[in-house]
Ligand binder design. Structure first.
Ligand code: UT7
Length: 328
């Protein structure tokens, strides 16, 4: 049996930016409300010629470089997204071709904002059991194409971006490994956050466009409560499984949906604010990309270092949730 280590990481934020001031011109909202209620100041937007695989490609190339590997070394590709290039083929297959990887396994994983934690956990299983040596996990979204810019409750929240990690095989002696992951879903609460049309239940039609069924719909307040409850539960689960306490964790990197959600989790744990990575002000909610983007920001500015204990936790449509504890 083996363990997985994070061999390399990378990210990509498209240069286009949508600020709160821009949104003030589009819907009845204002910078003060958005900052106070969410912490978001701006979000990055893919350009019209960029799809999910294009953002994924740049993040993946950066991660490969960081790991000192090439695409030829990869044994599997998992792209975690709910805003892939198209329904089929998968964005992972598109990425495999764009990267010039071998004919390796490639698939998309749909767990919304929990996608990256789900993806890391799946990759970890393939590595632990000795099946694969190097797995690329990407969290990438171009969510702005699924947002109604007349709906002020959702359009202020979401942004685009991509993050990628390479998980590589290491020995059970290595300390810098993924220690545990815990994943959950509660399908009974699925209607709190949906993108209703475009699947087999409600295929595209003129009626769909008229009813704006191609855009996300969200019950924000209920989502908020569930986010705090489930992410707090998942953090506790990670600590209990490793017989650790919150003070042994160097960084908490939660899904970046809303600064008040992040603060509520930190408060629950009595977790010092300065040990929580927050990037939501810069990126908005980038769903599956949010955790690797936040991680990269903290790594690039020197906060996150090798050997530190890092707790990831996520929550999203489904409702899905999860946590992953690792030593980086
Ligand atoms: O990754 C998972 C995806 N989703 C989320 O993470 C969302 C989680 N939920 C949230 O982040 C928050 O619930 C929101 C930011 C969406 C909303 O914040 P809130 O504090 O829960 O506001 P609320 O829904 O309780 O609305 C308060 C008021 C309402 O007006 P009334 O009914 O009190 O007169 C809203 O109509 O704020 C109004 N409002 C806005 N005002 C200005 C809602 N959106 C806006 C807006 N600008 N953009």
């Amino acid at each position: 049996m083996y363990r997985s280590r994070v061999a390399g990481t990378g990210s990509y934020l498209p240069p286009g930016v949508l600020t709160n001031a821009d949104l003030e011109k589009m819907v009845e909202t204002n910078d003060q409300w958005i900052v106070e209620r969410t912490g978001i100041k701006r979000r990055h937007m893919a350009s019209s010629d960029q799809a999910c695989s294009d953002l994924s490609l740049i993040a993946a190339e950066n991660a490969l470089k960081d790991a000192g590997l090439t695409a030829q070394d990869l044994d599997a590709i998992i792209v975690c997204t709910v805003s892939g290039d198209q329904v089929m083929p998968s964005t992972a297959c598109v990425l495999q071709h764009k990267l010039g990887a071998r004919n390796i396994m490639a698939f998309d994983l749909s767990a919304a904002c929990s996608g990256f934690v789900y993806g890391l956990s799946v990759a970890d299983q393939f590595i632990r059991t000795g099946v694969y040596k190097h797995v690329l996990v990407v969290g990438a979204e171009v969510l702005h194409r699924f947002v109604n810019y007349q709906d002020r409750e959702t359009c202020i929240l979401f942004g685009d971006g991509a993050g990628a990690w390479i998980l590589s095989r290491t020995s059970t002696e290595d300390k810098n490994v993924i220690m545990s992951s815990h994943l959950h879903a509660d399908g009974g609460l699925g209607d709190l956050f949906v993108l209703p049309a475009g699947g087999s239940k409600i295929p595209f039609s003129a009626e769909v466009l008229e009813n704006k069924g191609q855009y996300v719909r969200m019950k924000g307040r209920e989502i908020f409560k569930n986010a705090v409850r489930t992410m707090s539960h998942c953090c506790q689960e990670a600590l209990d499984a490793n017989e650790m306490t919150a003070d042994q964790v160097d960084w908490l990197i939660p899904h970046q949906a809303n600064n008040r959600i992040i603060e509520a989790i930190a408060e629950y744990y009595e977790f010092p604010k300065e040990k929580v990575v927050v990037s939501v002000h810069e990126t908005g909610n980038t769903s599956a990309a949010s955790i690797p983007l936040a991680f990269q920001m903290a790594k690039d500015d020197g906060r996150v270092k090798r050997g530190q204990v890092i707790l990831l936790t996520a929550f999203g449509a489904g409702l899905t949730s999860g946590s992953l504890l690792m030593r980086y």
